[in-house]
Design a protein around this ligand. Structure first.
Ligand code: NDP
Ligand code: GUE
Ligand code: MG
Length: 296
């Protein structure tokens, strides 16, 4: 079984991005800038935001984090976003999800300038993805990172059956639509399963490429997987484990031990899709900078 090493690929990709950032700095005196807004004090979100800022610095990009109180009003957040939309030094804006319940996530997504929406969540970007205008949009970082992994590991996609479990706007839907595109690196037959799907194993067992984005630890078990399938695990679930120092550990949506015995290739958790999500966020931020400065 081939372990698809997202951690390693993300390191390679970040060093490629750094070369380009250094060239831009030398030529223009400017570097790409990413601003992350975090509302409230969710500890998991704080870890992601710190990782994003650290990766930004590794590649020579400028990073700033805006922390807002959990009680922040929707209007206060929207007004901060409008300020960043107008700031020429900000090339990427990311508002960390989930948001507190008084704030409408869709209103926030709509407020971000699509040209700075490095998450790829704005309907203009998701719509362009669905319509196949990939060069003019930002692709949601997790699906984009998975595509990058499939490409770097030379995994055949054309004509193969890709089954995506999960239909969120940030992972499942863009993932399925990406694999459906008429491109050499995609061109799959696609099935999407969700919580109302009857008999999920009957679909997952047909998958040549199985992508799990559910948010339930160990949901995909060996009996649900066709021997030789490529299995991509998006899930990030923290479970109790008294044998570890912290008392918990991260697992994916796939039962790794069971499924790795019959898959041909698989992403681990941690060290698979997660680090790629961050690398693609930086790639999108660099892309935004290059578009803004006519450097393409
Ligand atoms: N590695 C990374 O970079 C990232 C990881 N994640 C992780 O990926 C996972 C999914 O994230 P996200 O898409 O935001 O999650 P959401 O909770 O938004 O969506 C989960 C999807 O799974 C479906 N689902 C839930 N339970 C079942 C079930 N019993 N059977 C079938 N389908 C089910 C839901 O169906 P329905 O629509 O019917 O409710 C929904 O479509 C989470 O663990 C998250 O932490 C997320 C983003 C990035
Ligand atoms: N606006 C917005 N954009 C996002 O992209 C976004 C978001 N909100 N909210 C939360 C989810 C989740 N997400 C992850 C990113 C990296 C890892 C990651 O790097 N994971 C490491 C482990 C990290 C750890 O140890 O906790 C790994 O899998 O190896 C995980 C999850 C981005 N998200
Ligand atoms: Mg969600």
């Amino acid at each position: 079984m081939l372990i698809i090493d997202g951690k390693k690929v993300s390191i390679d990709l970040k060093s490629e991005l750094k070369v380009r950032v250094d060239e831009h700095r030398a030529a223009t005196g400017k570097v790409p800038g990413l601003t992350v807004i975090i509302v409230g004090e969710d500890p998991a979100s704080q870890v992601y935001v710190r990782n994003k800022a650290k990766s930004c610095k590794e590649t020579g990009m400028h990073s700033s984090v805006i922390e807002m109180e959990a009680s922040t009003s929707e209007e206060a957040l929207l007004s901060k976003i409008r300020e960043l939309n107008d700031d020429p030094d900000v090339h990427g804006i990311l508002v960390q999800q989930p948001l507190p319940k008084q704030i409408d996530e869709f209103a926030v997504t709509l407020a971000i300038d699509p040209a700075k929406d490095v998450d790829g969540f704005h309907p203009e970007n998701l719509g362009r993805l669905v319509m196949g205008h990939l060069d003019k949009c930002f692709v949601s970082c997790t699906p984009y990172g998975i595509l990058e992994l499939l490409g770097r590991y030379n995994i055949e996609t054309k004509g193969r059956h890709c089954v995506v479990v999960g239909r969120s706007n940030i992972v499942g839907k863009p993932m399925a639509n990406l694999m459906l595109q008429k491109l050499d690196a995609t061109n799959c037959t696609v099935t999407i399963c969700h919580s109302a799907t009857k008999d999920i194993p009957s679909y997952t067992r047909q998958a040549d490429i199985l992508i799990a984005a559910i948010g339930k630890a160990g949901f995909i078990t060996a009996d649900m997987v066709k021997p030789g399938a490529v299995v991509i695990d998006v899930g990030i679930n923290r479970i109790d484990d008294p044998s570890t120092k912290s008392g918990s550990r991260l697992v994916g949506d796939v039962d790794y031990d069971g499924v790795s015995a019959l898959a041909s290739a698989m992403t681990p958790v941690p060290g698979g899709v997660g680090p790629m999500t961050i690398a693609m966020l930086l790639k999108n931020t660099l892309q935004s900078f290059e578009r803004a400065n006519n450097l393409q």
